[in-house]
Each structure stands twice: as structure tokens, then as C-alpha cells.
Design a protein around this ligand. Structure first.
Ligand SMILES: NC(=O)C1=CN([C@@H]2O[C@H](COP(=O)(O)OP(=O)(O)OC[C@H]3O[C@@H](n4cnc5c(N)ncnc54)[C@H](OP(=O)(O)O)[C@@H]3O)[C@@H](O)[C@H]2O)C=CC1
Ligand SMILES: N[C@@H](C[C@H]1CC(C(=O)O)=NO1)C(=O)O
Length: 327
């Protein structure tokens, strides 16, 4: 039967989640974790997990079928993605929405040249929510689509805050507006500005000697992450961060209300409720690694997104079994 050999590039919340998710998929094997740090500093879930430096990756091109990129979207993936897509079929969770077109192009060139497949922006948003926004808009042309997240910890926004000079640690929570949700659920199809749907709340540990006012200003004005929102910043100790902000729950929903006739109002809704944002996202990444490997074997090279993936490619079951069980 098919067997897929996985590498993990970058070992943080997501990398750890991918290590766990591979254990849940019998058709997958973890070849190793690749880190920019000293491997001796990296403690993995599995005691026997191989940990190597990122610089060793070029010597693993024959041993890895799909490399799952678990770096941060703000600063890591824009550099690591194109370099690694030139060597491996990759899957990543790039989630700076405004920069997706530019990142897609940056991944498409090396992957096309190398004959690899670069599947970008895999996760739940972008990812599963993107698929449901597509279904909703295609199925109900006359309608409006809304996306709400939280209350929960956004990993992309937490990563972005951690990259601000003077920040030693951070957690960012996204809070949906109940007023906005009620208006949407009423079916009145309201027009809502970005800052009417969510607010953002950051808990930040400062490095010794850092200027709190300067850090706060850098966060609340950050393009693509915070500049369109009302954001509050709290400064806490490293102990408080570890004690109160280690769980990473999240979730949300995509809802479209539309009309198929003046009399008939229709609603489509897709919802997630997550105890662990990173573990769920990692499970999505591993599932789509199966599809990326199959697409590459079919000769589909260059950059692709979840919107290009036929659902059957995601399943470990054969098409015949899927037809017998799911249709
Ligand atoms: N599309 C979606 O729905 C989702 C997307 N994401 C994306 O996933 C990205 C990664 O999230 P997350 O895993 O939480 O980010 P982390 O900050 O945990 O990890 C990012 C990188 O930082 C390095 N790192 C991790 N821990 C440490 C440490 N203790 N000391 C020094 N460096 C460390 C690792 O690189 P190295 O090992 O090389 O040092 C790692 O690859 C986010 O930026 C977000 O964009 C996340 C959730 C959902
Ligand atoms: N990409 C997000 C996944 C969801 C969560 C989110 C937000 O809270 O702004 N936007 O998209 C993440 O990093 O957690």
C-alpha cells in the first residue's frame, strides 16, 4: 500500500502538532525534524524522533516525499518556502491573507522549475474556511458570506507579535463581536467593517529593557495583522504567560445567507471548535500532504492551494471504498 515519508521544517507549536498527527496516519512515516536551532536544544514529543539542522535538508531529497513547512508566516515562510520548494514537494500554512498572491507566485516559480508541488496556505483559515467560502458563494450566488473567529488564540497573530523587537513571548486572542454575529444570524445581511466583526487582545512578555510604549505601538499599527482592528495590549510576566496562555483553543464559523427566490432564504454554515489550534491545523497539514504527494505523482507541479484539491485525494481510502461508504 501507499507509504508517504514526511519531513518537518521548523519545530514550534505546529511542528509538534505535525509530529503527533503523523502518528494518527498509518500511511505516513516521519523521517525527521529539521530546525534552525541546535538539535540538542529541541525536545520532541517522540524520544526517537530524528532532529537535524535545516542546512542538512538538501541531502534528504531522496528520503522525503513531502516536507511540511511549520515556520512562522510573517518572517520564516517567505524566505524558507521558495528555497525548500526548489528541493521538495511542500505543504505550508501561510496565512498572511493579503500576501497570498505574492507568496503563491514566489512558490510557483521554484516548484515549477524543480518539478515539485508547493501546496500553500493549508490550515483552517486560510484553508478549510476558504473552501467553505468557495462552496457557499458558488452555491448561493445571491447572498453574503461572513467569517467569524474565536474567542481564541491566533497562532499567526501570536507569531507576528513575537517578531516585534523587544518581545520575549506573546499570545494573541481574537474576540468576535456578539452584536455582529447576532445581526448576521438574523439574516439581515449587514455590511460590516473589519473592526466591527472582531477585536484583538495581546498578552506580551517584554525583553529586559524593552520600551513598552514602543512595543505596543509596533503591534497596533502592524500592517496585515493589526492595523485594521481595535487592539488592546497587556504586559505580563513570563510565568503568567506560561501559566495562563499555554492552551491554544480557537475556532469559528463561515456562514452565508442568501436567496434562491424572494420567498426562499437559504443558510450555509461551517463551524470549528478547537481545544488545540496547532494540533488541528497540523492534522489538516498532514491530510493535505497526502494530496500533495498524489498530485505530484500525477504530474501536477508548481504552486497549488486547497481550492485545487479534489476531496478524494485527501482520504487514505480507495476511491471505490469512498463511493461505497460516502455516496
Ligand atoms: N492557515 C491556518 O489556519 C493556520 C496557520 N498557522 C501558521 O503557522 C505558523 C506557525 O505557528 P506556530 O507553530 O505557533 O509558531 P511558533 O512560533 O511556535 O514556531 C515558529 C518557528 O519558530 C521557531 N521556534 C519555535 N519554538 C522556538 C523556541 N522555543 N525558540 C526559538 N525558536 C523557536 C521554530 O523554528 P526552528 O525550529 O527552525 O527554530 C518554528 O518553526 C503561524 O505563523 C501561522 O501563520 C497556524 C495556525 C493556523
Ligand atoms: N491563521 C489563523 C487561523 C484563523 C484564526 C484567525 C484569527 O484569530 O484572526 N484567523 O484565521 C491562526 O494562525 O490561528
Amino acid at each position: 500500500s501507499e507509504h508517504i515519508r514526511i519531513g518537518i521544517a521548523g519545530y514550534g507549536n505546529l511542528g509538534r502538532g505535525v509530529e503527533a498527527a503523523i502518528d494518527k496516519n498509518p500511511d505516513m512515516t516521519l523521517v525527521g525534524v529539521f530546525t534552525r536551532r541546535d538539535p540538542a536544544q529541541v525536545t520532541t514529543l517522540g524520544a526517537d524522533t530524528v532532529v537535524r539542522t535545516m542546512t542538512e535538508l538538501p541531502s534528504f531529497t531522496d528520503e522525503i516525499d513531502v516536507l511540511i513547512l511549520c515556520g512562522g508566516s510573517k518572517d520564516d515562510l517567505p524566505v524558507q518556502g521558495p528555497e525548500l520548494a526548489a528541493l521538495f514537494t511542500t505543504v505550508d500554512s501561510f496565512d498572511t491573507h493579503a500576501r497570498v498572491p505574492e507568496y503563491f507566485a514566489a512558490m510557483d516559480a521554484p516548484a515549477t522549475a524543480a518539478g515539485t508541488t508547493a501546496m500553500i496556505s493549508v490550515g483552517w483559515d486560510p484553508g478549510l474556511f476558504s473552501i467553505n467560502r468557495l462552496y457557499s458563494e458558488a452555491l448561493l450566488p445571491d447572498g453574503d458570506t461572513y467569517t467569524f473567529w474565536g474567542r481564541g488564540l491566533s497562532q499567526g497573530h501570536s507569531d507576528a507579535v513575537r517578531r516585534v523587537p523587544g518581545v520575549a513571548g506573546a499570545a494573541q486572542y481574537t474576540l468576535p463581536s456578539d452584536t455582529a454575529i447576532d445581526a448576521v444570524r438574523s439574516g439581515s445581511r449587514p455590511v460590516l467593517a473589519t473592526n466591527q466583526k472582531h477585536t484583538r487582545e495581546c498578552f506580551v512578555v517584554l525583553e529586559d529593557g524593552a520600551d513598552a510604549a514602543a512595543v505596543e505601538q509596533a503591534i497596533v499599527t502592524m500592517p496585515h495583522y493589526f492595523d485594521e482592528y481595535d487592539t488592546t495590549v497587556h504586559f505580563i510576566s513570563a510565568e503568567e504567560l506560561a501559566r495562563d496562555h499555554s492552551a491554544m483553543p480557537h475556532g469559528g464559523f463561515v456562514i452565508r445567507s442568501g436567496n434562491t427566490s424572494t420567498e426562499a432564504s437559504q443558510t450555509i454554515e461551517y463551524r470549528l471548535a478547537l481545544d488545540s489550534n496547532p494540533e488541528f491545523t497540523a492534522s489538516v497539514l498532514v491530510t493535505y500532504a497526502r494530496a500533495a504527494h498524489r498530485l505530484n505523482q500525477q504530474g501536477r507541479t508548481g504552486a497549488v492551494t486547497v481550492l485545487d484539491v479534489a476531496p478524494a485525494l485527501l482520504s487514505p481510502k480507495t476511491p471505490a471504498a469512498l463511493r461505497a461508504e460516502l455516496l
